[in-house]
Design a protein around this ligand. Structure first.
Ligand SMILES: [Zn+2]
Length: 255
């Protein structure tokens, strides 16, 4: 995979990790993004999914929960909200050019890192056979003084990592879940230790459009959303020396 090294460095380089920021310019053949809630993938890696899809990659998204608690309105019907959000996932997938998406249908907040859940994830990895998996960084707990990472995000990140390696690649784990498949790399989003960036300058509109599809989560006209998307991608872009970027911690699982 070709890589361009740029001179900007991460704000918090860790001695155990590469000390130069890398701009990841390659396109996987098949990528699988696995996230907890209906809008998580778009928030975390929407620009990257749009870029890879536009470049010919087959990109699939798995949404583990049905988003039934994604409202602070006590009067809202959770089942109706979940139905609405399933439609939003489909619309967002179209905006990003995804090859497909899959809803696992767990209740919000009810995910557990069980063998059954990992087996389900292993089955998805083995049937879709991605070279790259994208998921939340489960080690990112505290973001500043006002936010800590949602339990569902942490559980999904941990379960996906364990499902990818060694489980999916080893035929003795969950043999009933299909033939073994070795994933080559994992991109962890929502990380405090980003070491690769993807230039999404040409795909920031697709990301904003995909996020706007999640109208149950957005108030008003969504203009603030477009500017928030740009602002966040601009901050990451500064690290990578490009206009708009998304940052990841990358694991290379095979040479
Ligand atoms: Zn979420």
């Amino acid at each position: 995979m070709s890589m361009t090294t740029v001179s900007s460095r991460p704000a918090r380089p860790s001695p155990a990790r590469p000390d130069v920021a890398e701009l990841f310019a390659a396109t996987p053949s098949r990528a699988l993004a696995i996230y907890a809630h209906p809008d998580d993938a778009e928030v975390s890696c929407g620009g990257t999914m749009a870029r890879w899809s536009a470049a010919g990659a087959e990109v699939h998204v798995v949404v583990c929960t049905r988003g039934d608690k994604g409202s602070s309105d006590p009067g809202i019907d959770p089942a109706e909200l979940a139905d609405r959000r399933a439609g939003e996932v489909a619309a967002a997938g179209q905006a990003l050019g995804l090859a497909g998406h899959c809803l696992l249908g767990y209740d919000d907040g009810a995910l557990e890192d069980t063998a059954a859940f990992r087996q389900q994830l292993v089955g998805l990895v083995r049937s879709l056979r991605p070279d790259t998996v994208v998921c939340p960084d489960p080690t990112a707990m505290f973001f500043g003084q006002h936010y800590f990472n949602h339990r569902d995000h942490r559980i999904v990140g941990t379960a996906v990592l364990d499902a990818v390696a060694p489980a999916a690649g080893n035929p003795h784990y969950f043999p009933e879940a299909g033939p073994a498949h070795q994933v080559a790399s994992v991109f962890l989003s929502g990380t405090l230790d980003a070491d690769v960036w993807v230039d999404v300058s040409d795909h920031i509109d697709a990301k904003a459009e995909a996020l706007a599809c999640h109208s149950s989560q957005i108030g008003g006209t969504g203009e603030w959303l477009r500017s928030a998307v740009r602002q966040r991608a601009e901050d990451a872009g500064r690290m990578a020396g490009v206009r708009y970027a998304e940052g990841f911690r990358r694991l290379l699982l095979q040479a």
